[in-house]
Design a protein around this ligand. Structure first.
Ligand SMILES: [Zn+2]
Length: 48
């Protein structure tokens, strides 16, 4: 199942992949929020 994760979500620690350019970001803690993609500023990710 693919869930869309958006900026401001707190999906928990893990790797998330930008839906536009494929850049992956990493959250380390449960209270960290998804931020805009550092490469393209897009705001939707899928679970990586
Ligand atoms: Zn991107």
């Amino acid at each position: 199942m693919t869930k869309t994760i958006k900026c401001g979500d707190q999906p928990g620690p893990g790797r998330y992949v930008c839906k536009k350019c494929g850049k992956s970001i990493r959250l380390e803690t449960a209270d960290e929020k998804i931020y805009p993609c550092p490469l393209c500023q897009y705001c939707e990710y899928k679970q990586g």
